[in-house]
Ligand binder design. Structure first.
Ligand SMILES: [Fe+2]
Ligand SMILES: [Fe+2]
Ligand SMILES: [Fe+2]
Length: 411
């Protein structure tokens, strides 16, 4: 078992959740607000310290099963028509990683109605308490997305929730919510730009840290959320991670650095969760307005990863993958001397993966075509020639990773 690192599980999930918080209106902090409301409920219900962390962690990633703006928009209605798809997808994702397994069921049932009529067949007390809390607080957040002062709307929101007591929601939880809803601070917290610090304050000292394997597992989940944004990027992040790790190994990085390259590869496009679906799904060339939006994705990856302690290398290797040696890349315009070796390898791994992958509108390219494009980019001083040579020297191994990655069933 790898050593535990000085990274707290809740901080890691909280940072990653920011990428999931993007919808067509920008970063809406939906997950953070639901997590904060859930903690208010936990205090009111006097839940034990052991119940706090799973409740918080599942609340902060409860919609992990929905990647597209389209699906997120469908969840903005108070009564969601067929919410089960994202619940099941979220369940499967979390169930695939040991440290998140205990959260899988909570996420699976987070739209279950108290009076039954759920896909799960569950009703009443048989629905996990944390799922019932998230369902109620999630719907409160949906109702509170109105212009104007939130305190002007609170009575109306509380009445709406009360009207669904015993049908959608657990009556005991509706009573608890009605009590805490009297606190102005709860509503003001929901409109607070500094919600992150409010969350940390409420969570107190939460000692659960993660190890290298767990970081990799959680990053694997997020790579699937990222790739779920578009059918064009099916397992792209996983392939980039595998190729980047191969290059790291061949270049002489030690085991820990190779692992960090793998994690950086999984997360390199994290910021794509902020890009409108139709741009990522556009088969043709992007116009300048669309391209300018695409350019924000590595900036967002950078901002989100900078919230995680000990992620300095991972962040620069992940976020600089569109920088170029001649300083004409984006978004930092870093030139060669400022581009770490890991970032240069990531750039090559990303281009190679994109070319070798099949896309709905074309097959993966041949070795000749890929070699031509890569060496052309070396000539224009976009990417590092030595790294391209390294890749070409191990071409078969790199190409085989496509079969392994694409053929592999999700675990
Ligand atoms: Fe949901
Ligand atoms: Fe939600
Ligand atoms: Fe990218």
């Amino acid at each position: 078992m790898a050593d535990r690192l000085n990274i707290h599980l809740y901080k890691l999930l909280s940072a990653f959740s920011m990428a999931m918080d993007y919808n067509r209106y920008g970063m809406m902090r939906h997950h953070q607000r639901v997590a904060l409301l859930a903690l208010y409920m936990a205090e009111e219900l006097q839940l034990s310290a052991e119940e706090y962390l799973p409740l918080f962690c599942s609340a902060i990633i409860h919609d992990a099963g929905s990647s597209t703006f389209r699906e997120k928009a469908s969840l903005e209605y108070f009564e969601v028509n067929n919410p089960w798809k994202h619940c099941e997808r979220g369940y499967k994702l979390l169930n695939s990683v040991r440290i998140l397994k205990p959260l899988a069921d909570i996420v699976r049932y987070h739209h279950d109605n108290w009076n039954g009529q759920n896909l799960s067949g569950l009703s009443g007390d048989s629905i996990p308490l944390a799922s019932r809390i998230i369902y109620l607080t999630d719907r409160v957040d949906v109702l509170s997305q109105k212009p104007g002062n939130i305190l002007d709307h609170r009575d109306e929101i509380v009445k709406k929730i009360q009207s669904k007591s015993g049908t959608m929601f657990d009556p005991g939880l509706v009573e608890a919510f009605s009590r805490i809803a009297q606190k102005e601070c709860l509503w003001l917290d929901l409109t607070n730009q500094f919600i992150q610090s409010r969350l940390e304050l409420k969570l107190g000292n939460c000692p659960v840290t993660v190890n290298q394997d767990e970081i990799t597992g959680i990053s694997l989940i997020f790579s699937q959320i990222i790739d779920g944004k578009s059918p064009f990027t099916f397992r792209h992040s996983r392939l980039v991670a595998e190729v980047a790790k191969l290059l790291a190994e061949k270049t002489g990085f030690d085991r820990e650095q190779q692992n960090n390259m793998y994690v950086a590869g999984l997360l390199h496009d994290l910021g794509k969760l902020s890009i409108p679906d139709e741009i990522l799904e556009k088969p043709g060339k992007l116009n300048s307005v669309e391209y300018n939006l695409i350019k924000q994705h590595t900036y967002i990856t950078y901002q989100i990863l900078s919230n995680i302690d000990c992620f300095e290398d991972i962040n620069s290797w992940a976020s600089y993958h569109h920088e170029k040696l001649d300083g004409t890349g984006y978004p930092f315009r870093l030139a060669g001397k400022d581009l770490p070796h890991g970032s240069r390898m990531m750039a090559v791994a990303d281009i190679f993966s994109a070319l070798v992958e099949d896309r709905p509108y074309r097959k993966g390219m041949s070795r000749n075509e890929i070699e031509k494009i890569l060496t052309g980019q070396v000539k224009t001083q976009a990417i590092d020639g030595e790294i391209v040579d390294l890749l070409l020297n191990h071409y078969r191994e790199a190409e085989d990773l496509k079969e392994i990655t694409w053929g592999r069933e999700e675990t």
